[in-house]
Design a protein around this ligand. Structure first.
Ligand code: ADP
Ligand code: MG
Length: 318
């Protein structure tokens, strides 16, 4: 059986690219770039609450880092350093190897150094802290939305939540639709490049981790504004499109989390700039509504009537 230190050395001590001192000392040493702010975020994933016990370890390694990268994407920051606090029930090397493979593959893709962490025995719990940089005063924030802004969403929403609904037995997905939705749930692609491109273009941004409505509500709260969006305008994948009329799927689109797309607002004068960014990022960017005076998020159906979205859950067409 591996000791704690053998485990760290074998699986988590990797060469770094832009760190003075990484794994192995009492603290890591980093040099921030002049003229930049440090952006820091942390997320915990608990077995049973955030992931099913039987999920492939490399998917977990990927996702634990991906959800943190997504938070930096939403700030327009460039991720650079990560720390990993890992609690595992045993030194199961198959699991550790898979986890490290998924984690470091995504870290390499984004040029992120793992610079330290903590390792303990207990019920499985994965906590990743990420740090990155953004030019001083330029970060995308939740509090910058202004009345009249367009509201945009990247990619598609609802796939990950549809996969969760399937896994819970609430709906049945088959074949390529199921594979598509599961991949979106298990291997989210953080929109880091898009976030950086939105600096100077978007007035506010958030990543969609808790659901479109809930996360857009955070922008509204922080910016002291309201939002009016059209259900029909919300982009969902071609795969999910045929099921869009089902109440459970509509709920996934409106309130399902785990998509890790970006929701952002920008003045109407930026529309063509944003359409150009869509081409550059290779990612659909869709206008779903506008920021209005008031508070909260109103969702309109095709006939322009408000839909009722209660307790974070889609209820019925009023
Ligand atoms: P300390 O006792 O000073 O907290 P630890 O024994 O917990 O140090 O960790 C030893 C070194 O290994 C530290 O540099 C720490 O950052 C790093 N480390 C521990 N666990 C992990 C991990 N899961 N991933 C990356 N680095 C880790
Ligand atoms: Mg420690």
């Amino acid at each position: 059986m591996l000791s704690e230190f053998e485990l760290i050395a074998k699986y988590f001590d990797r060469p770094t690219r832009h760190t003075v001192l990484g794994v192995g000392d009492d603290a890591a040493l980093l040099v921030p770039t002049a003229g930049h702010e440090l952006a820091a975020s942390i997320d915990t994933m608990v077995e049973g609450a955030h992931f099913f016990p039987d999920v492939e370890p490399d998917l977990l390694g990927h996702k634990a880092l991906a959800i943190n990268l997504s938070d930096l994407a939403a700030m327009g920051a460039t991720p650079k350093w990560a720390m990993l606090a890992l609690t595992v029930p045993s030194t199961d090397e198959t699991w550790l190897q898979g986890f490290a493979r998924g984690f470091f593959a995504l870290a390499a893709e984004h040029d992120v150094d793992l610079i330290g962490g903590d390792t303990a025995r207990g019920p499985r719990n994965i906590c990743v802290q990420i740090m990155g940089e953004v030019l001083q005063g330029r970060a995308l924030r939740r509090d910058g939305a202004r009345v009249g802004d367009d509201i945009w969403v990247s990619g598609h929403v609802g796939d990950a939540a549809a996969a969760v609904a399937h896994l819970k037995g609430e709906i049945t997905l088959r074949g390529s639709l199921l594979a598509h939705c599961l991949a979106r749930l298990e291997r989210p692609a953080p929109r880091v490049a898009l976030g950086r491109m939105l600096i100077g273009v978007a007035n506010s941004a958030i990543d969609i981790s808790d659901g479109l409505i809930a996360d857009l509500e955070h922008i509204c709260d922080r910016s002291a504004v309201g939002a009016a969006i059209e259900f029909a305008a919300i982009p969902c994948s071609a795969e999910l499109m045929p099921l869009r009329g089902q109440a459970r799927v509509a709920r996934a689109i409106l309130t399902g989390g785990d998509d890790y797309e970006l929701c952002f607002t920008a003045v109407a004068g930026r529309r063509s700039a944003i359409e150009a960014l869509s081409g550059q990022a290779g990612l659909a960017l869709t206008r779903i509504g506008s920021i209005v005076a008031g508070k909260g998020v109103a969702v309109m159906n095709q006939t322009g009537k408000p839909m009722s979205v209660k307790d974070g859950g889609f209820d019925h067409f009023r």
